[in-house]
Design a protein around this ligand. Structure first.
Ligand code: FAD
Length: 391
């Protein structure tokens, strides 16, 4: 392990996973978090996150999903862990859409290329088994997946980090990464300067102000809304409780959801995943995002349920605003800062990063330890993003 203090900016899933990986490798780690442990103001609000193995976003992600799922299970079995299923719930995954949909085709291709156990279903079977109303031509793929329990995952990562000696500081907002006279420091809102050997910037949707403007422009903060319905019918709720996680590739985007549960908010949780919605522009600051859920926010989810899954309709039991920080391609940035190899940026998780936190922690540890750039997947490097189409 490289000597000297490593400061990690951000105590979300990525920052804590980096802290655990680095502290376990013997580094002196300090995590600085502007809010507190587990909160709704970043990207991890809403209690649960999907994990799926047949990753349509690219084959690079598939071994990282496997690695991370295994790591979640190690954490739940470890000291202070809650035992099997306390972090990772393997309830399976059902994805459906028109056969010509490129993402669904990529799901099937991933299953074949990576020899993933899966079942091909027709629309009638999906309707009989789960109650979705799909056009008769649609097809579906059942494969491995489930969900990660956010508070349990963050508790376990924090425990792993602190057990290995990492220090966590809350209400500690970093305003600037300072490089002067060959020295690296972070400047806190309080005026305190903390010297360090390496900095890991894992600031989620608050990343942009910590980057120079030419890099900032690669990221776009997106406001996304999660909703939970409360179906009145007992039999419908029981059926929804036995659901897998699911995703439907619809012309409006990927609607997805979870089994009915009491995790955080009792209800049937669903959302719409798109990197860019009509009319959205880059330049939004995380601090400026409207945190109130407006009636119109839930209309697309209500319309979707009315069309595709009427049994899950019901009054809204809850809703939350959450933030994506997207790159144009949706691929992550996990790389050394182009201006300073001792600063590592882990950001742009584009609404699908949580499940990968343990694998990202391992990659970041390698970068701190001096790994060659080639050890980082090419799609996570600045060169991939800076050469891309932009927003
Ligand atoms: C609605 C929604 C649904 C999602 N669904 C899924 C899903 O199903 N599966 C999945 O894998 N992923 C999903 N994601 C994405 C996933 O939640 C994120 O990719 C992941 O949480 C990012 O982790 P992070 O640690 O980068 O960000 P965060 O969890 O936001 O953590 C960053 C932390 O940094 C702190 N911070 C920021 N700036 C500073 C600063 N200057 N000084 C100190 N601290 C600072 C913040 O307070 C925050 O706690 C979803 C995201 C949203 C919003």
């Amino acid at each position: 392990m490289a000597s000297g203090r490593v400061v990690i900016v951000g105590g979300g899933a990525i920052g804590l996973a980096c802290a655990a990986a680095l502290a376990q490798a013997g580094a002196e780690v300090v995590v600085l978090e502007r809010f507190h442990h587990v909160h709704d103001l970043g990207s991890h609000g809403g209690y649960t996150r999907v994990t799926r193995q047949a990753y349509h976003e690219g084959s690079v992600y598939i071994p990282l999903v496997r690695e991370s799922e295994a790591a979640w299970e190690v954490l739940e079995r470890g000291a202070g862990g809650g035992g099997p299923g306390s972090i990772l719930v393997r309830c399976g995954l059902m994805e459906a859409g028109p056969p010509e949909n490129a993402d669904l085709q990529a799901v099937f291709a991933a299953c074949r290329a990576h020899d993933l156990e899966h079942r091909v279903l027709d629309a009638a079977t999906v309707s009989a088994e789960l109650g979705f109303r799909l056009p008769p031509s649609w097809v579906a793929c059942e494969s491995g997946g489930g969900y990660v329990r956010v508070p349990a995952a963050l508790d376990a990562l924090r425990r792993a980090a602190t057990d290995a000696g990492a220090v966590l500081r809350y209400d500690a907002q970093v305003n600037e990464v300072v490089r002067s006279g060959g020295r690296l420091r972070v400047l806190l809102e309080s005026g305190e300067l903390i010297p360090c050997e390496h900095i890991v910037v894992a600031a989620g949707a608050y990343l942009q102000p910590l980057l120079p403007s030419r890099l900032r422009a690669l990221f776009a903060v997106r406001r996304r809304v999660l909703g939970w319905t409360a179906p009145a019918d007992d039999a419908a709720r029981d059926r929804l409780r036995r659901f897998p996680v699911w995703a439907l590739f619809d012309p409006r985007g990927m609607f997805y959801g979870f089994p009915y549960s009491e995790e955080g908010i009792a209800g049937f949780k669903l959302a719409l995943h798109v990197y860019t919605a009509p009319g959205e522009r880059s330049g939004l600051r995380a601090e400026a995002v409207d945190r109130e859920v407006r009636p119109g926010d839930l209309a697309p989810l209500a319309d979707f349920l009315a069309d595709r899954l009427p049994a899950a309709q019901g009054p809204w039991a809850g809703a939350k605003v959450c933030l994506y920080n997207c790159t144009p391609s949706g691929d992550f940035v996990v790389d050394r800062h182009p201006d300073d190899p001792k600063v590592i940026v882990a950001g742009g998780f584009s609404g699908h990063g949580f499940k990968f936190a343990p694998a990202i922690g391992r990659i970041v540890r390698g970068l701190v330890e001096g790994a060659a750039a080639s050890e980082v997947p090419e799609i996570f490097r600045w060169s991939h993003h800076l050469g891309g189409p932009g927003w």
